[in-house]
Design a protein around this ligand. Sequence first.
Ligand SMILES: NC(=O)C1=CN([C@@H]2O[C@H](COP(=O)(O)OP(=O)(O)OC[C@H]3O[C@@H](n4cnc5c(N)ncnc54)[C@H](O)[C@@H]3O)[C@@H](O)[C@H]2O)C=CC1
Ligand SMILES: O=C(O)/C=C/C=C(\O)C(=O)O
Length: 486
Amino acid sequence: MRLVDNFIAGEYLASASSRRFDKRSPLDDRVIASVAEAGRGEIDAAVGAARAALAGEWGALTTEQRVDLLHGVANEITRRFEDFVAAEMADTGQPGHVMRHVFIPRGAANFKVFADVVKNVASESFRMATPDGQGALNYAIRVPKGVIGVICPWNAPFMLMTWKVGPALACGNTVVVKPSEESPQTAALLGEVMNAVGVPKGVYNVVHGFGPDSAGEFLTQHPGVDAITFTGETRTGAAIMKAASEGMRDVSFELGGKNAAIVFADCDFDAAVGTIFRSAFLNTGQVCLGTERVYVERPIFARFVQALKARAETVKYGRPEDHDADYGPLISQAHRQKVLSYYRKAVEEGATVVTGGGVPEMPEALADGAWVQPTIWTGLADDAAVVREEIFGPCCHIRPFDSEDEVVGLANDTVYGLSTTIWTTSLARAHRVAARVEVGITWVNSWFLRDLRTPFGGSKQSGIGREGGVHSLEFYTETRNICVKL
Ligand SMILES: NC(=O)C1=CN([C@@H]2O[C@H](COP(=O)(O)OP(=O)(O)OC[C@H]3O[C@@H](n4cnc5c(N)ncnc54)[C@H](O)[C@@H]3O)[C@@H](O)[C@H]2O)C=CC1
Ligand SMILES: O=C(O)/C=C/C=C(\O)C(=O)O
């Protein structure tokens, strides 16, 4: 069993209270790690180390020196690639090929891309007229915000954590990261990378624990934290926003979703089925950008339901290291209870269960894991809880529609607004519908194609702010204007 400790000022430390919690494997519920739970003392120490680093060596680096260090971090992640893959597979139980091709390379890219953004971004300037005719020159400078509190979820832990830490450090901030209690290992491992590359002590700190009355709450309430970036549940975002209002700290939130796929009859049918299969079931449905509502134009509705069902019934359950396996367990027994409660509710609400709806038969060694079947429903009312609430599991409801106006209304009939996918071969319709759907991110004839320079974030209750490319600079720096009389 692994010991996972806090990482504060460049050192791995247990907590002064000696409190630890167990991390269990999603595959079979075995305890795989004992994690130090940070108390208020550790949060004070981590925030203090982060403040000291700002005032010390880190704060004195030039942009070019910082950029070089962050390229070094990316290269060291790549050198330690298999260690990160192993740590993430252990925490999440998800297939190795997803770690190798998506989540861990993205972690390295998150450092490289934002280092390059910061190196190449221009600052704005305006020459103005003055009564004496000489004029004045305004120019803006960007300064780091300070100490950033980084609160992360468990579903793609390394990718989502570095998506925040990369730009925060590129902009010259320091960070205190609170990974999810369900996925502590890759954030801890990144401390070794920081030390190996020579990132000054205190720039990157990690504190472990839970949310309320634990490390998450202590960190977000800490007055030494200048801004908070968070990915996770909308309700948690509301609690963090309250904490951030003390001291008027800025927040950047990526929250829940109930994302729609809109499939028109003129679509490339096989591409739509194949990609919606991935968007509903990749990572066992635990992707905030994933699809839980599918709207299909009536002429192809029945064929689409049958094709997605056939595809869902081909998933191969297994351990992350099984080359054949493309489908893992949910993150935890607690999350499984939540997802299964929606499986039951769907039936109570009158759904037709097209496929799944329960727990698969697993071999004895995996019988205690958090496995659930990929599940498809039809026939639910638009106001059913299963159609309205984020489940965050491998499931979707498919409903027919008859017109463009109708489907836009259905897609927008939600408190969420994270992402959508539109499937059509009509260019005009794609542009028209994309402009009307109230979400931060729309993919046409695709899903999860990520260019890290683009604005990323949610509308309505799916988030606050945009990150990505120069948009990240808006959150991770403060812009100051300097006006020089000529
Ligand atoms: N949009 C997304 O990317 C994600 C959405 N979710 C949603 O959240 C649900 C529950 O997953 P959780 O990990 O429990 O999400 P969560 O929002 O409860 O937790 C995310 C992070 O926030 C921390 N946290 C929780 N309460 C806090 C508080 N009061 N103050 C400070 N930090 C706090 C947690 O310890 C964790 O690190 C999922 O079922 C799903 O619906 C979860 C993960 C990602
Ligand atoms: O690609 C990104 O930067 C973020 C993706 C977000 C998720 O996959 C998620 O939160 O589930």
